[in-house]
Design a protein around this ligand. Structure first.
Ligand SMILES: [Zn+2]
Length: 102
């Protein structure tokens, strides 16, 4: 199961084949830092700026498309597709956010 290297600047995702090293940490196009997303992440189309805005907004709040448990802990929740949904999502699941400040 692969992961994806994502450049939020270029709005591009690169599949990482774990058997095909080396993994680069920089985007070849803008030299920005890649963010590693799980295979769960479905990158929006490059010109879908609103969708990428949501991706970046979630990232800034510590959500990188790994599984988020629902309130009853019986399953996982879907990731939001709009900023408004994303705000509710972040508020609701903030205890599951990860620390992205490295
Ligand atoms: Zn880039």
């Amino acid at each position: 199961m692969g992961q994806k290297s994502v450049c939020l600047n270029c709005r591009k995702a690169f599949n990482i084949d774990t058997y095909n090293l080396p993994i680069t940490e920089k985007c070849p196009e803008c030299n920005g830092d890649f963010i590693l997303y799980p295979h769960l992440f479905q990158p929006p189309r490059k010109n879908d700026l609103n969708a990428w805005k949501v991706v970046r907004f979630l990232y800034n709040n510590g959500f990188i498309y790994y599984h988020i448990r629902n309130e009853t802990n019986t399953g996982t929740v879907r990731y939001p597709h709009t900023i408004i949904e994303a705000k509710e999502f972040i508020e609701k699941y903030k205890d599951q956010a990860i620390d992205i400040s490295r």
